[in-house]
Design a protein around this ligand. Structure first.
Ligand code: PLP
Length: 413
């Protein structure tokens, strides 16, 4: 589907031209968009897919006898297959479309979670995004289960000794990020799954920061649930997916009730659809799912191996150049990191830094990154975070470094 992808002499990808928004000046400056952890920009292929769906294929799905409805249904189910391929799931019937990572995790908490009882334990890590903490706290309030959190080391890695100490026969679920959105740490998810299996616990992986940055294989990982969002994957907002291993999905109670999730309805009793449809009540985000499929195709055309290499090179360059500046503290120094650089500049609050960088056309994120327990661990209110995507370049790193220097001069630090 995609033309051969341009690469620079350095081996870095050169794909900014695929993304129209990147050509748009911001505050009169060239845009250096380094807020990809929050959301990614969309390539023309994805924007075109959105137009094409509403211009040629729009109809409601699964119930229509007419051609357009069948066509839209085919495209929607094709998108499910594209997600299956992205995650290398065994069967597309293991893929539930959701609004995104947050909804995927809440779905697990509210369906699978119904089986938890007082005294059962859920084990997360100190690196989690709030959306992989709060749904479990709500579940614990309902069920009497207990939430435990494994400690984080000074380098921002999961403390495996603490994790092993907390994992035990009461642990029913281990829920952890594949990649930390706040620090970029890549968690040792394979080892975590292996250890969790040893005590009979289920494993949920929050893949929000992983799927667009490295190849994911849920069969090799052997996890039970895998959640992600389309908008962090060059696709639209309001759509994402949840992988649920087939044997588990078959036993999950329904979640929301409504059209499309039933087999038969009567006042005497209702029976429910099999497979992912049981969890997709009402008219789903049909266009969103199909356009997310186009984003997955775009990403596959580039190749996740090349994306990972590109972002690793940019992270290394940015880390080296930022570390060479005075007064910089990198927060999160794990040896295995994805393309996220969290840092502090001595004497400048991250929000002030973010505002000054903005005047230079550099978009970063400043704050707690929805990971307040992690910030508390480091004893800081937040960090400045530059997060990389396949369209970023050394020029963006130049703009970041120059912007930080400017802020230091302005603050006299
Ligand atoms: N988990 C992680 C690691 C994230 O980075 C995010 C978003 O930043 C989420 C979950 C929540 O994703 P969403 O807001 O798309 O549901």
């Amino acid at each position: 589907m995609n033309a051969p992808q341009p690469a620079l002499a350095s081996g870095l990808l050169d794909l900014a031209g695929d993304f129209p928004i990147l050509a748009q000046p911001v505050r009169g400056r060239r845009l250096a968009y380094l807020d990809n952890g929050a959301t990614t920009q969309k390539p023309q292929a994805v924007i075109d897919a959105m137009d094409a769906f509403y211009a040629h294929s729009n109809a409601n799905i699964h119930r229509g006898v007419h051609w357009l409805s069948q066509h839209a249904t085919d495209l929607y189910e094709q998108a499910r297959e594209q997600v299956r391929t992205l995650l290398n799931a065994a069967d597309s019937q293991e893929i539930i479309f959701t609004r995104g990572t947050t909804e995927s995790i809440n779905l697990v908490a509210q369906t699978w979670g119904q089986r938890l009882r007082a005294g059962d334990e859920i084990l997360v890590t100190g690196l989690e995004h709030h959306s992989n903490i709060v749904p479990w706290q709500l579940l614990c309030e309902r069920s009497g289960a207990v939430l435990r959190a494994a400690a984080v080391t000074d380098s921002g890695e999961l403390d495996m000794a603490d994790f092993k100490a907390l994992l035990g026969p009461r642990t029913r679920l281990v829920a952890l990020a594949h990649v930390s959105n706040a620090l970029g740490t890549v968690n040792p998810v394979e080892e975590v799954v292996r250890l969790a299996r040893g005590v009979g616990a289920r494993v949920l992986i929050d893949g929000a920061q992983a799927v667009a940055h490295q190849a994911v294989d849920v069969q090799a990982l052997d996890c039970d649930f895998y959640a992600f969002s389309g908008h962090k994957l060059y696709g639209p907002t309001g759509i994402g997916a949840l992988y649920v291993r087939a044997g588990i999905l078959a036993d999950l109670p329904p979640w929301q009730g409504g059209g499309d999730m039933i087999r038969t309805v009567s006042f005497e009793g209702t029976t429910y659809a099999d497979g992912p449809q049981r969890f997709e009540a009402g008219t789903p985000n049909i266009g969103g799912a199909i356009v997310m499929g186009a984003a997955i195709e775009y990403l596959r055309g580039v190749g996740l191996g090349r994306v990972a290499a590109h972002e690793a090179a940019l992270l290394a360059e940015a880390t080296e150049r930022m570390t060479a500046l005075p007064g910089i503290r990198i927060v999160g120094t794990a040896p295995h990191k994805a393309g996220i650089l969290s840092f502090l500049v001595e004497g400048i609050h991250p929000h002030d830094l973010g505002t000054i960088l903005d005047t230079e056309g550099v978009a970063i994120r400043a704050g707690h990154h929805c990971a307040m327990p992690l910030m508390t661990h480091f004893g800081i209110p937040g960090t400045a975070r530059a997060s990389f995507a396949l369209y970023n370049s050394s020029q963006d790193v130049d703009a970041l470094v120059a912007g930080v220097r400017k802020a230091q001069k302005l603050f006299g630090v």
